[in-house]
Design a protein around this ligand. Structure first.
Ligand code: KG4
Ligand code: ZN
Length: 354
């Protein structure tokens, strides 16, 4: 089954062609440079950039999949077109849904609206060593932090989630306080490599809450307090602080986020009695998180699955894959209703189960 997946929910314009579990092409055009000066995604700029880029990105995905001379004319070789229907920025989602519905309507092929988090969740099925159901999923992206019990395609039960900021947001907001460019997560992780994770005593929010919920807003405030204290005794702006001081702050912040994620994920495995963990979403690319999860789960004889590094952050392949798995499992009937409806707010737990 060949599916074209289109992702435009936030600040990446992406398209990919997936054939069963094989990626034929995967094109991502990042808007990080565009939003960087604002330290966050500007919805109107994102929508406009998606409109400018989406056709070219789709053409490149088709050429990558079907050969240099091919383009959208080769779309007849697809079995379905999938797009991210939500959650995300309304205007940005509309661009993906518009082009997907238009292309599918022109071809008379089925079109599928995919839940963005389901795409992340199922992205490890594109790896060489895919997981088996059931498993616990730790979904850690820029907008979401959730622990889930996954019994099959479309069968998701939320075990816990963040009550305020997401893990990726905690990385990004702390990185901003340290003077790093947006999106700060990868930069903070790089800086942390040379830092001492015990240099600053930062809180581990909700670690002992007795449930599987998260909270990261207080951690960001604690980093802000540290930065303010240091600023009061230093003459230079934060960007000019000694590299070791910045590395220590970054490592301490990362250690606090990672410790909470690892301990809560282990609690979820213990509570459900499941022996497999799937980590997905942008923060899943964090090497410290991967090392600590591998170490802790290895000791207990538990398996951890990750998407390929390049598939941790937003991409079209995960959307195509989720659509293919929904069609193959019978969770979704192939639809030829080309309605432009998007769901900027959409809970994964509300997906229909057949
Ligand atoms: O899943 P994603 O691409 O977009 C959303 O659906 O939100 O996740 C983006 C988030 C950003 O917050 C980014 O800073 C974070 O993932 N991220 C990382 C790393 N790579 C991306 N955070 C920590 N360490 C990384 N290596
Ligand atoms: Zn995402």
């Amino acid at each position: 089954m060949r599916v074209l997946g289109i992702e435009t929910s936030c600040d990446e314009t992406a398209a990919a062609v997936v054939d069963r579990h094989r990626i034929l092409s995967n094109v991502v055009s990042s808007q990080a440079d565009l939003h960087g000066p604002f330290f966050g995604v500007v919805p109107e700029l994102a929508s406009r950039a998606h409109m400018e880029r989406v056709a070219g990105v789709m053409e490149r995905a088709m050429r990558g999949a079907f050969g240099p001379g091919s383009g959208l004319s080769e779309a007849r070789r697809l079995d379905a077109v999938a797009f991210t229907q939500g959650p995300g920025l309304a205007g940005a989602l509309l661009v993906g849904s518009g082009v997907a519905c238009a292309l599918a309507a022109a071809l008379g092929k089925p079109v599928l609206g995919v839940h963005h988090l389901e795409g992340h969740l199922l992205s490890p099925f594109l790896s060489v060593d895919p997981p088996e159901f059931p498993f616990v999923a730790l979904l850690v992206s820029g907008g979401h932090t959730q622990l889930m019990r996954v019994d099959g395609v479309g069968r998701y039960a939320i075990l816990g989630e963040t009550i305020d900021d997401a893990a990726g947001e905690a990385f990004d907001k702390s990185a901003k306080l340290l003077g790093l460019p947006y999106p700060g997560g990868p930069g903070l992780a790089r800086l942390a490599e040379h830092g001492n994770p015990a240099a600053f005593n930062l809180p581990r929010p909700l670690l002992k809450s007795g449930n599987l919920d998260f909270s990261f807003a207080g951690l960001k405030t604690a980093v802000m307090v540290q930065v303010k204290k240091l600023s009061a005794v230093r003459a230079e702006p934060v960007e000019a602080w000694p590299p070791q001081l910045l590395a220590d702050l970054a490592a301490s912040t990362q250690a606090a986020i990672v410790e909470v994620l690892v301990k809560k994920a282990l609690s979820a495995l213990r509570e459900t009695g499941l022996r497999r963990l799937v980590v997905a979403g942008g923060v899943g690319a964090n090497r410290e998180l991967r090392q600590q999860l591998d170490g802790a789960c290895g000791k207990l004889g538990l398996r951890v699955h990750y998407p390929e590094m390049s598939l941790c952050t937003d991409n079209g392949a995960m959307i195509a894959m989720a659509a293919a798995m929904r069609l193959q499992s019978g969770q979704q009937a192939p639809s030829t209703t080309y309605a432009f409806d998007v769901k900027p707010r959409w809970s994964l737990a509300s997906l229909p189960v057949s």
